[in-house]
Structure formats: C-alpha cells, structure tokens
Design a protein around this ligand. Structure first.
Ligand code: NDP
Ligand code: MG
Ligand code: MG
Length: 334
C-alpha cells in the first residue's frame, strides 16, 4: 500500500519564515497561490512582462513580479507553467537566482524525470501534484476540504525536503484529503501512460472505432453518437463512484453479460502488447524526446493532427446534438 500523509503529519509552521514563489498563474498556479495565501503563507507570483495572467493575479490580491524577481526573493519556487517551456524559463530566469538551501518544486515530474531540468545539488527538489484540475483545487479548498495530492522528493539537500513539501501540501489543502508518497519517475511514467493508453488516447480511439463501425454499417450517426460517446459519461460516473462492480450492478444483466463476452475481444492481447510497447517508450525517454522535438520545432504535426481530429464526422454530429441538450453546458473549441 502507498504511504499516505494526513493533516497531523504536516506542519504548516515550517512555511512561516519562508517566501514562496508560484511561477505561472494558470490552472494550477492560481489555486496554489490563493490557497497558500489563505493559509497565511507569504506568496508572490512570477510571470513574464505582458502576461495575460498578470492583471488576473493582481486582481486576486497577489503580489506579482517577473519570474526572475520572484525566484530571487523566494526560498520555495513552484514551477506551475506549461511543461514544454519550463526548461527554458528555468535556465534563463530561475537557475541564476537559485541559492543554496532553496527548494525547487513541481506539480508534475516530466522535466526532472527526463533531465530537461537539472538543478544544482545544493537545493531541495520536490513535487506536490494535486490529483485534480486547478479550479477544483481552489473550489474544494474554499469548501473547507482538499483534493488528494502526490508528494515526491527528487533531491534532499536540507534533510527536510519531505517535511517542507508536506507543509506546502497542507497549505493548499491536500493533507485534508490525504497525500500519497511517490517518486518523480513513478508519477511521470504512470501519468503519461494513463493519458496515452486509457484516458485520452485509448478512450478517444475506442469511441471513434465504435462510432465508425455503426455508421459504416448504415446506422444513423446521431444514434451512434449517443451510444458510443454521450452515454460514456453515465458509465464513467458509476465507475467513479463504485468501481467496475458498481457500474455492472447498475447496468442491465444483458449489458453486463455483453461486457464479459465482448470486452476481451476488443481489448485483445495485441492491444495489451501495444500498451507494453508504449510504456517502454515512456520509460526509455523516447516519447519525451520526440514530443519536445515536435513542440520546439513548431508543432507542425501536432497542430495538423488537432485540426484533422476536429474535422471528424463524430465531432460535427456531436456539435449539433449538444445544442439540443441545454442541460449539459455545451462547449465549443475553435
Ligand atoms: P497552465 O497552462 O494553466 O498555466 C499557464 C500559466 O503559465 C499562465 O499563467 C501563463 O501565463 C504562464 N506562463 C506561460 N509562459 C510563461 C513564462 N515564460 N513565464 C512565466 N509564466 C508563464 O498550466 P497548468 O496549471 O495546466 O500546468 C502547470 C503545471 O502543473 C504543469 O507542470 C502540469 O503538468 C501540472 N499539473 C497540471 C494539472 C492541471 O489540472 N492542469 C494537474 C496536475 C499537475 P499567460 O496567461 O500569460 O499565458
Ligand atoms: Mg495527466
Ligand atoms: Mg445501451
């Protein structure tokens, strides 16, 4: 079982004489900065001149300055800006302002795990990664509880890296729910694997394959959309509340029997072999290298794929159908 830390194993007073810099004020950044400030921590936000987030952070009552200034002032620096640009920002604005005994923090292990950022040996390097989008981290905190988080120590120069990371986790509310101990490698590799094979890649392709099979067989696309995409939410909600067993308890016996008969025929040994191969590419760093090359050379393939995916028939059909369903707060992406 994973080691889990709660409120009484974290000491917020460890942050009493620390200055914390939150670099970035997006999804995670705004939640960390505001929750810490509400917990009585001395917080500043680091951004670049002209950032759209700058006026937002100021309007929320935070001190805002350039990333370099924030890094220079602070003892704890949390990197909550997009992963692909962290290495450049680190090199140009953070590294020159790191002093012995500082703590460099992350909400995802990507840059440390793959060596895109290599901090000096005289600083602590830790991770506090909430297991929820930033707006939930903020909302749940305001309601008086917190979202679970992961904690990890990559480098413990001070001998107090874990205790300080737990104090930070307490400041954002996560010890109220529980903080699970992990490593940068485990967090990064499982996160990438999950989003590629199950959550984003796997589910999207499964939906498309089901939809296309029905439409090619002559069924109406609107009906196929409801069966293969829309209803997925109802099923996932049941799993979320009570696992696979509760989903199977809640659907009809016919659906449950079909699940057992046909599920393994869709997710075959070949699919499991592909998952192992994908995991191997994540572990070797091949995926990370390829993605960073793609991103930093302009993302041509990335943006072309995005466009191609947006033009799928299922996306066109879905857009029209969602207009019927005023209850679901339909969103459109440009
Ligand atoms: P966002 O994309 O929401 O945050 C972007 C923020 O960074 C914006 O405030 C942006 O400013 C700012 N920014 C952009 N460029 C720079 C720069 N050069 N210098 C300083 N600030 C800059 O990021 P997320 O919150 O989604 O992700 C942050 C980290 O948290 C990542 O490591 C991610 O993996 C991790 N994480 C994210 C989760 C999530 O729910 N999104 C969940 C758990 C972890 P501007 O407004 O001007 O663009
Ligand atoms: Mg993820
Ligand atoms: Mg059905």
């Amino acid at each position: 079982m994973a080691k889990i830390y709660y409120e009484n194993q974290a000491d917020l007073s460890r942050l009493a004489n620390k200055k914390v810099a939150i670099i970035g004020y997006g999804s995670q950044g705004h939640a960390h900065a505001l929750n810490l400030q509400d917990s009585g921590v001395d917080v500043r936000v680091g951004l670049y001149e002209g950032s759209k987030s700058w006026p937002k952070a100021e309007a929320d009552g935070l001190r805002v300055m350039t990333t370099a200034q924030a890094a220079a002032e602070a003892d704890m620096i949390m990197m909550v800006l997009p992963d692909p640009i962290q290495a450049k920002v680190y090199e140009q604005e953070i590294a020159p302002n790191l002093k012995e005994g500082d703590t460099l923090m992350f909400a995802h292990g990507f840059n440390i795990r793959y060596g895109f950022i290599v901090p000096p040996a005289n600083v602590d390097v830790t991770m506090v990664a909430p297991k929820a989008p930033g707006h939930r981290v903020r909302e749940v905190f305001k309601e008086g509880s917190g979202v679970p988080a992961l904690v990890a120590v990559h480098q413990d120069a001070s001998g107090e890296a874990l205790a300080n990371a737990l104090a930070y986790a307490k400041g954002i509310g996560s010890t109220r729910a529980g903080v699970l101990e992990t490593t940068f490698a485990e967090e990064t590799e499982t996160d990438l694997f999950g989003e590629q094979t199950v959550l984003c890649g796997g589910v999207s392709e499964l939906i498309k394959a089901g939809f296309e099979t029905l439409v090619e067989a002559g069924y109406q696309p609107e009906i196929a959309y409801f069966e293969c995409l829309h209803e997925l939410k109802l099923i996932v909600d049941l799993m979320y509340q009570g696992g696979l067993s509760y989903m199977r308890y809640s659907v009809s016996d016919t659906a449950e029997w079909g699940d057992y008969k046909s599920g393994p025929r869709v997710i075959t040994d070949e699919v499991r072999k592909a998952m192992k191969q994908i995991l191997a590419e994540i572990q070797s760093g091949a995926f990370a290298e390829e993605w960073m090359d793609e991103y930093h050379s302009g993302g041509k393939t990335f943006y072309a794929r995005r466009k191609q995916e947006q033009n799928q028939q299922i996306e066109q059909v879905g857009k029209e159908l969602r207009k019927m369903m005023t209850f679901l707060d339909a969103k459109e992406v440009e």
